[in-house]
Design a binder for this molecule. Structure first.
Ligand SMILES: [Zn+2]
Length: 467
């Protein structure tokens, strides 16, 4: 079944100019493209690229063959043997800077005994294609590859080069993936705009409910707490017991929330989300900053939507406590680790100072991990690229909306933004439940949704890159 709100091709014709005559470029046969995506994705899932160890070159070669069949040349770059990054390019007129389509080849591992299907057999069941990487990120990558194939086959005249990057190491080893490509092969992928994972066609009640396009992400800034005291016998309690002081510090941080601060992306996110939400939820999104209701509303949001709550502020979650080794020994020290996810514009130094004030205990040292460089600013909402996401949504899913999203996790868009690229996250059609299976058991992608997504992505790419 194809979801409601399908693409209306007549509105999205690419115009091809030959001499004085203007004729519409051929429209892709999306039914065929869809079949091809399903076939390719099933085979791709069968190529094991679990990281560790990665073995991304296997995946890179698999995609390289698919490109080669249509005469698209590509190159594999390895920082370490077996950790390949694949790059292909369709040339444009050079009138504008390139557009980069990227995704990652590697996947996380599996807890095989928790899966109800073989994670590498790419079984199709009840309208879903199951397998590790189905959503994260082989589905996205397969659809990006299909865009390349369609552009090439239809010989679409391009104003920008369209570059395809299938990268290694996204799942925890960026030194062989995006960092390597950005630092050592930038000339191969330099671009003005990038389309990466990190967003979605959010599917609810049988239709696309919203298109989530990420424009920025929070910055992981791990914080460590160290408490010191005097060691002694457990039978004689001491006032400076570091376990007690650390415990107090952890409790203070865990119950505290840094002040709310919206940026352009999150402000528009909550404004637009309110418009498509049931009244009781919309009330929360509309009153986040209300001088009277704000505090209660924010607490309600923390209770009911912890993900949205985290978008409002830098988040602080103490997740590891270590201290002591015998019940009858008072230890000399105790330690804790705090997962801090900072807003992109948070000043790390000032924030640590704020944490010290909250802890308010000279026996507990508060330290932020070394790499505290400022984060790149969010990608813009008022440029050609973001408007293309919105325009195609309005054509294909007129009842939906486009939500700019600040994701609370991390993707490889951050290093690209660091190079000045306007990078955006999008992704396959998925329900809330499908999204929860990413990195989890029985990961899956809706088969019909792959057609919706190729039509959406192809139209977006045409808007931005075609002549
Ligand atoms: Zn991913």
């Amino acid at each position: 079944m194809i979801p409601r709100g399908m693409f209306r091709p007549a509105l999205a014709l690419a115009i091809l100019t030959i001499g004085a005559a203007t004729i519409p470029a051929a429209q892709p046969d999306f039914a065929k493209a869809h079949e091809e995506i399903v076939t390719n994705l099933r085979a791709f899932i069968g190529v094991d690229t679990m990281n560790p160890p990665g073995n991304e070159t296997r995946g890179a070669k698999f995609l390289q063959d698919l490109l080669a069949r249509d005469g698209i040349a590509s190159e594999i770059y390895e920082k370490e043997a077996g950790r390949g990054n694949l790059v292909a390019r369709l040339k444009g007129s050079g009138g504008k800077q390139p557009l980069l389509l990227l995704g990652h080849l590697d996947t996380v591992g599996v807890q095989r005994d928790q899966w109800t299907v073989d994670p590498f057999a790419a079984e199709i069941k009840d309208g879903y294609l199951y397998g590790r990487g189905a959503l994260d990120d082989k589905g996205m990558l397969t659809v990006c590859l299909e865009v390349m194939l369609l552009l090439k086959r239809l010989n679409v005249p391009l104003e920008r080069d369209v570059i395809f990057l299938a990268e290694a190491g996204e799942e925890g080893t960026p030194q062989v993936g995006i960092d390597y490509m950005v630092n050592e092969h930038w000339d191969k992928i330099a671009c003005e705009f990038a389309i990466n994972e990190g967003g979605e066609l959010s599917f609810k009640d049988g239709r696309v409910h919203y298109v989530g396009v990420s424009t920025t992400e929070k910055v992981p800034r791990p914080v460590f707490l160290y408490a010191k005291g005097t060691s002694g016998h457990g039978s004689k309690p001491l006032l400076d017991n570091p376990v007690v002081h650390l415990g107090e510090a952890v409790a203070r941080l865990g119950r505290w929330q840094p002040p709310l601060r919206l940026n352009e992306t999150t402000r528009v996110f909550f404004e637009r989300l309110a418009k498509i939400s049931p009244p009781e939820e919309a009330f929360l999104y509309e009153n986040l900053e209300d001088p009277v209701l704000g505090e209660t509303v924010q607490m309600k949001l923390w209770q009911s939507k912890p993900g949205y709550n985290s978008m409002l502020r830098t988040s602080v979650s103490p997740n590891i406590i270590e201290g002591g080794f015998r019940r009858n020994v008072i230890p000399t020290d105790a330690r804790a680790q705090v997962d801090v996810r900072a807003l992109p514009d948070e000043d790390p130094e000032k924030f640590v100072e704020l944490l010290r004030q909250v802890v308010n205990n000279p026996r507990v040292e508060v330290v932020m991990s070394a790499s505290s460089q400022p984060a790149p600013p969010p990608s813009r909402l008022d440029n050609e690229m973001f408007r293309a996401f919105e325009r195609v949504q309005q054509r294909m899913f007129p009842d939906a909306t486009t939500l700019p999203v600040m994701i609370t996790g991390a993707t490889d868009s951050a290093p690209l933004r660091g190079k000045g690229v306007q990078a955006y996250g999008i992704g396959c059609l998925r329900t809330e439940e499908d999204a929860l299976r990413m990195h989890g058991d029985d990961e899956r992608v809706q088969v019909a949704g792959l057609r919706t997504f190729i039509e959406y992505l192809y139209a977006v790419v045409l808007e931005v890159a075609a002549k």
